[in-house]
Design a protein around this ligand. Sequence first.
Ligand code: XMP
Length: 519
Amino acid sequence: MTQHQRLLIIDFGSQVTQLIARRLRELKVYCEIHPYQKVTDAFLADFAPQAIIFSGGPDSVTREGSPRPPKSAYTLGVPILGICYGQQVMMQDLGGLIEAGQSHTAEFGRAFVTPTDTRLPLLEGWFAEGREQVWMSHGDHVSRIAPGFEVYGTSPGAPFAITADVSRNFYAVQFHPEVHHTPRGAKLYENFVRLAGFTGDWTMASYKDDAIAKIRAQVGDKQVICGLSGGVDSSVAAVLIHEAIGDQLTCVFVDHGLMRLNEADEVVSMFRDHYNIPLIHAEEADLFIGALEGVSDPEVKRKTIGKLFIDVFQREANKIEGAEFLAQGTLYPDVIESVSFSGGPSVTIKSHHNVGGLPEKMGLKLVEPLRELFKDEVRALGRELGLPESFIGRHPFPGPGLAIRCPGEITREKLEILRKADAVYIDQIRKHGLYDEIWQAFVAILPVRTVGVMGDGRTYDYACALRAVTSVDGMTADYYPFSHDFLGETATRIINEVKGINRVTYDITSKPPGTIEWE
Ligand code: XMP
C-alpha cells in the first residue's frame, strides 16, 4: 500500500479550518485536521507529518490556559505555517509578544497587505500588482516578532502581516489565505507545500487502489451489507467495495415509495443490471405510506420513516448469511472532530434520517471507505470508478424523500402530482444548462388548493413551490436567481403538463433563516 506524504492541520477552533484542508487537497496533498487537545508529542511522532499548519481560532493567546500546540512541533524539523491565532501562538511560543485586542488594532474583513521584502519563496507570484487583498479577522495582534523572524508584508492593522524564519522554515501570517476573500490565497498554500517538499501524490487513482487493498484486508472472506439510497455517497461506496470484494457485497435498497419519478427503477437497473451487484429491492411503499396516513407533523414524519427504514433494513439484512460488516458512505466532514468552545448542547432543527444506530443494534462492524474524502473527492472517485456523469453530478436527495416536500398530510395523489411537477422542473433546469450551477432544486407541493381558470373552466387545484439553492455544504444556502423568463416558462409548463397543479410560486428564502427543505 502506498504511504502518502502527510500534512497535519492543528485545529484551534477557527470556523474556516476545513477550508485549509480543501485548499491542500486541491493541490493533491493529503492532510488531516485534528483538534489541538488531541495533538500531543506522542501523536505528532506517530503521525510523522511532513509539514504542519496551525489554524486560526477564537481564543486569545494572552489568556492563561489558551490552546497551544505541543512543544515538539517546533523541534521536528518540518516546515510550519501559522494562520491568525496560529501566527500569534507561534510568535508567543518562540519569544515574541502579543497584545490583546484594542479597537484601533482589531481588523475584520477585507484588508490590503503590502510587501516589505518579496524575496521569500512563500511569496512567489504574490505582490505582482504591489499589494494583495486579504481577509483579516483578529482582535489581538503581534507587537514584537520572535527572534529569528523577519517581516515580509504589512497591513494597517497588522504590521507583521507576513513573517518568516527562513532558517527554520517557519512561516506565520495574520490573515486567512484559505478563504475566498483572499483571492490569491491558494498560491500561498501552493508555495508552502512546494517548499515543504510535497510532490502532489494524493490522486484519486492512487486512492482507489489503496482503498481497495484496505477493504480486502479488513473484510477478508466475510460478507458486507450496504444500504443503497441512490445518492452519490452510498453509490460510490458500493461500487468501490464491489470492485474490492465482488459478490461478498450485497446491497439493500429500501424503497419507501417516496422516491422521485423513475428513481427506484434507475437505481435497481444501474446496480443490478449494469454493475451486477447483488441487490435486494425491498418494495415497501404500502408500509411507509400507510404508516404516514394522517401524519402532518414534520418531526413525526421523519421519525416514522427513520424507524421503519431501520426495521426493513434489518429484516432484509438478517437474510444475508454470514454478514459481519455494514458499509456506509460516511464522509470526512462527518468525522472531523470539531473544537467546541461553547460546550452547550445544540438545538435539533430536524431529525436527520440515516442508518445511524444500526451497526450497534445488529452487531455489525463498519466499512467506511470514504471517511477521508470531501464530497467533491467522492465525485472524482466515482468518475475514476466509471460511474456515469449523470449519476455523479446529481443534486442531493434527503433520506425521508418526498415526504418532507409535501407539507401537511401525505397522500398517494399528492405524491403522484409532486413527482410529475418535479420532473418537469428538473427537465427545465437541465434544458437551460443550469443543473450544475445549482446545488439542489426541487418542487414542494403545498397543502392549499387555489382557484384558477383554464380554457373556459374553473379549476381548484394544488399550489406548488419551486426551490433552487446555491450552497457549498448545505449548511447555508442562497436562493438561485432564475430569470423571470425561466420562471414564467417553467410555471406554464408545470400547469399545462401536470394535472392537479394550477399555481406555481418561487421560494426566495435563504438559509438561514429558512432551511433548504420545507420540513
Ligand atoms: P435542510 O432542509 O436541513 O437540508 O436545510 C440540508 C441538506 O440536507 C438534506 N437533508 C437530508 N439528508 N437525510 C438526509 O440524508 C435527511 O433526513 C435530510 N434532511 C435534509 C437536504 O436535502 C439538504 O440537501
